[in-house]
Design a protein around this ligand. Sequence first.
Ligand SMILES: Nc1nc2c(ncn2[C@@H]2O[C@H](COP(=O)(O)OP(=O)(O)OP(=O)(O)O)[C@@H](O)[C@H]2O)c(=O)[nH]1
Length: 773
Amino acid sequence: MNCKWLGVAPSTGRALRIVVPYMAAAGLWIGLSDAIALWLAADAGVYARLQAWKGTGFVLATGLLLHVLMREQFVRIERSHAKARNLATRLRRMLESLDDLIFVFDDRLRFADAYYPDHSAQLMPPEHFMGRTADEMGMPAEIGRALERVRDECSTQPIDYALDMKGGRFWYSAKLSPMTDENGKFVGVIAVVRDITGLKSSEQRFRRLFEDLNNVAVQGYDADRRVVFWNTASEALYGYSREEALGRRFEELIIPPAFRDEAIRMHDDWVVKDKPIPSGELELLHRDGELIPVFCCHTMLRNERGEAEMYCVDVDLRELRETQAQLRRAATHDPLTGLPNRMLARDRFDQAMALAVREQTLLALLFVDLDHFKIINDTLGHGVGDRFLQEIGRRLPSCLRESDTISRQGGDEFLVVLPGLRDRGAVAAIAQKIIETVQEPCDIDGRALTCSCSIGIALQPDDGGDFDSLLLRADTAMYQAKASGRNTFRFFTAQMNADAHERLVMLSHLRQAVQRGELELHYQPQVELATGRVVGAEALLRWQCAELGSVPPARFIPLAEESGLIIPIGEWVLREACRQARAWYDQGLELAVMAVNVSALQFHRGDPVEMVGRILRETGLPAECLELELTESLLVQDGSGTTLNTLRRLKALGLRIAIDDFGTGYSSLAYLRRFPIDKLKIDRAFVRDLASDPEDAAIVNLIVDLGRILKLKTVAEGVEDHGQLAFLCERGCNDGQGYLFARPMPAAAFAAWLGSGPLLPGQPGQDCPPHAA
Ligand SMILES: Nc1nc2c(ncn2[C@@H]2O[C@H](COP(=O)(O)OP(=O)(O)OP(=O)(O)O)[C@@H](O)[C@H]2O)c(=O)[nH]1
């Protein structure tokens, strides 16, 4: 039955649907059953009994019907209760399974219900706070106030708060919403609460991190450009403490005046028009006025109130800039002296060249090389050598004009570019000034060191039109300055070019000289002065070149040294000399010793002990018949002790060691005592002027005395006349070598000379009594 039209509640409608048919059926039954009873009853007694049976039957039928209907109704109610309970349990489980905590407050803002997960161990059980207000529970007052606002304004309120509970301080973020009945009447508050302790602590950690960052300055500004965040690095970078900076606008602090308007406009554009400020390099102001280069990144964030806040992350670029400047400098300057390097010199030269061509002036390139600088290094160490070079680097600019460039090429070489000069005279004057300046003593650790220099000069346009050709020619001219005795300058000439060319040609022939059998040894005797007996011979190298003819040793030996050819040539010399000595020995020619020159290069490259031992074995010469002549510089250079070690191993083979050209190098008594030396050869330069130069005589005297004291034999080279011989005999020099006795001779001539018997021109042995030690 549709009861909508009756305007009754659905439950009333449902009841009417049962009651109305019942009433109709019951009314019909009463009416009809009475009529039937009257018709059936024969008398009043039967009628009364029928009425009693009818009434009983009616009660039983309606009772049964009532029972059925009520039972059905109760079953339904029970089912719906069970369903409701089920739903409630599921709902609670659901609410409790949420990470959020849910609290329900009644209309008087008392805790009415609570749902929170079991693991919220820090929370007390709900029965502790049910029926009590937040204030009664001792919770922060702002919670009570927020609940009141929800009630009074009937609006949702967010709130963050902290609670100190067992286990420490916990942070919560809550959303409080009003609950109303169907009439819109306030009935309570539902609070959805989130535990944000983890978030807060990570936020605090990050905040701390940003605050304490050392190298990255972070600042935050509100929409009004006022500082809301200023970390430690910002304090260091800009010089304002956090307290000083907070609340001040960025343009009052770090924006340079010229950039202020633009910075404000850019910031406002971002806040208002959402137009970001790009990252980039800026120069910002330090408190003391210094402009600091920084790389700036910006980001716009919203605070908890939803307001815009611009954060700037600034990286200090000062160190980077400094490093870049240093790198640029390192690429163009010499690290030792700080002078421009060859690259920068070339650059300056090219600029000066363009100007010289335009203005038709002279441009000079000077190649300055220190003389015998190696000796400073070798005797006093590289540290002192470096400081000497630095001092020269400091001094040289004083001889030059602003427009000139001085650069260090490397080693002890400097380049000078002199633009805009009138003539060669002006160039010569500057070169001379450089020579004088370099020569001035230089005080290093209280030691006055001096060193001269040699300069080669090439000019534009005469000698070339570009850097490389002028450099090559200045180098050639410098080589000539060295060859002319050093401590001087030379302009490049065509002749030098020819000489350089000749050296190249000579070198190419020299490379083949050994294979082509063009090398030959000549032998010069060494004579014992007291007896006139021949005690040895020095092997001297000669080169008969097929193309160039006879080339003097003074020309090709330096070339062999420079090019490294001295190593194979030296080995050939040693082998040939030993072979010859052995042959004479076998022939019974009386010759105590064969002296062979060994160059420093031979000594330092490879294994000289192995080579000498091998050659002695190959040739069969007894080791005591071999004498190696070494230069003084070889001993002086022995910083690490390797020379001493090699000499000892050589001596262990049984041979002898002589120091050649003694007195010309930088002698030191220390090495004479340390090294296993047998002989000192007095340089011919001292012997030549013995008669006329008292200084030379004194030096020879000294060397002979030194030999005697140190128990070393002395041999005078270049003995050419009787006066020298007499002097040497008188002083007690042991042996002599020179034209007075014999010139160097080829092997056959020497053998013939030797075979002709002991002979001394003028019988010096008679004038020269044996020296009494
Ligand atoms: N202290 C120091 N020495 C250097 C440096 N660079 C190169 N040298 C040395 O400088 C010396 C250059 O020697 P050279 O120019 O060949 O010879 P030198 O002794 O000057 O003789 P001459 O040039 O023939 O007069 C070598 O001993 C190098 O080891 C450096 O940076 N510092």
